[in-house]
Design a protein around this ligand. Structure first.
Ligand code: FES
Ligand SMILES: [Fe+2]
Length: 351
């Protein structure tokens, strides 16, 4: 699998974590244990004891430290063994890898590359519970499919007309026209106006409006999208340029979504969604989350089935269409950054 290592990957919802309760996750095929220490500190370590390879995620938190509950080796937050029961000497190689971990926008982000390059400025500007403007609900979904296929899905919204014909309710006209796609330094930007429409999903309207939606899809696989309704004629008055979010008259929602490769063929998909406070309430949030559950279930059925066909195909090739512009630009960027990862000199890793 080709993925960028020097990037922040979403590992969990911070609000779903209990203090001093380790959680086992897998990112890019690496077993990782993460926990919030009794002192309130976030720690992410290789989930594999140096003694006999027991998972540290079955261990016990002691203050900031984590004890392997097989034979009791005690680990410091930097991955070094601090105590070996019955032995005074602690060998220099008695350590596991420690990963940079940051809580931001309600997510726990883990840096999978060289720790020396872990730059918090590269964390995508998702919207989480710390943003007072939005009323959000959240969820996650595990896929028996490689993350790349989910990224491809999120980079080509023409599937809304077909996969989501019964949920988001985008008509065939949605796939019949093309959005604007622009490259960004670490992703792509999608923008589209729909003029004189009664909207769809979160933006249904009794009277015709101009409806706008935009998202950034960023390395390693993070989608940040908002949309809203504007008075008829707004799109033309702006020359089809993006509007200001504050000028929307109705229907403003935000969703943050993250795709994390767990192994070669499994992924975890994290999402939130909800209305702007001026455009909705908790009841609308719950309706949107029910809609999201239905729609993301539709994606999962299609993508897992697609994965099976790919796996059963000797030399799988694809044939891009006009809607694949975003997919193509993003996947080229992934290839480029992944190649840079490989070329850069790295500090020696443990484990
Ligand atoms: S396997 Fe962890 S202490 Fe023995
Ligand atoms: Fe979808």
């Amino acid at each position: 699998m080709t993925y960028v290592k020097d990037a922040w990957y979403v590992a969990a919802w911070s609000c779903d974590m209990e203090t001093a309760k380790p959680l086992a996750v897998s990112i890019l095929g690496e077993p990782i244990v993460l926990y919030r220490s009794e002192g309130g500190r976030w720690v992410a370590l290789e989930d594999r004891c140096v003694h006999r390879l027991a998972p540290l995620s079955l261990g016990r938190c002691e203050g900031d430290r984590l004890r392997c509950m097989y034979h009791g080796l005690l680990y410091d937050t930097d991955g070094r063994v601090a105590e070996i029961p019955g032995q005074d000497l602690i060998p220099a190689q008695a350590r596991v890898r420690a990963y940079p971990i940051v809580e931001r926008h309600s997510w726990l982000w883990i840096w999978m590359g060289d720790p020396a390059l872990a730059d918090e400025a590269l964390i995508p500007p998702a919207v989480g519970y710390d943003n007072p403007d939005f009323i959000l609900g959240h969820g996650q979904l595990d896929y028996a499919a490689e993350a790349r296929l989910i990224n491809d899905n999120l980079l080509d919204f023409s599937h809304l007309s077909y996969v989501h014909a019964n949920s988001f309710g985008a008509g065939p006209q949605f796939a019949a026209s093309l959005p604007k796609i622009e490259p960004l330094e670490r992703g792509i930007r999608y923008t589209r106006w729909m003029t004189n429409t009664k909207g769809q999903s979160s933006r249904k309207s009794d009277t015709p409006v101009d409806s706008f939606m935009t998202y950034d899809f960023l390395i390693p696989g993070v989608l940040l999208m908002w949309s809203g309704n504007y008075p008829l004629g707004t799109a033309e008055a702006l020359g089809f340029a993006p509007p200001r979010i504050d000028d929307a008259v109705a229907g403003v929602t935000f969703t943050s979504q993250a795709v994390t490769p767990m192994t070669d063929k499994t992924s975890r998909y994290f999402f939130n969604w909800g209305p702007h406070r001026r455009h909705g309430d908790e009841a609308l949030r719950d309706q949107l989350m029910a809609l999201a559950d239905m729609a993301f279930g539709e994606d999962k059925v299609m993508i897992e089935a697609q994965q099976k066909v790919i796996d059963g195909t000797v030399d799988p090739r694809i044939m891009p269409t006009a809607h694949d512009k975003g997919v193509t630009i993003f996947n080229r960027l992934v290839e480029r950054l992944a190649a840079k990862d490989m070329a850069a000199p790295r500090q020696e890793r443990m484990g």
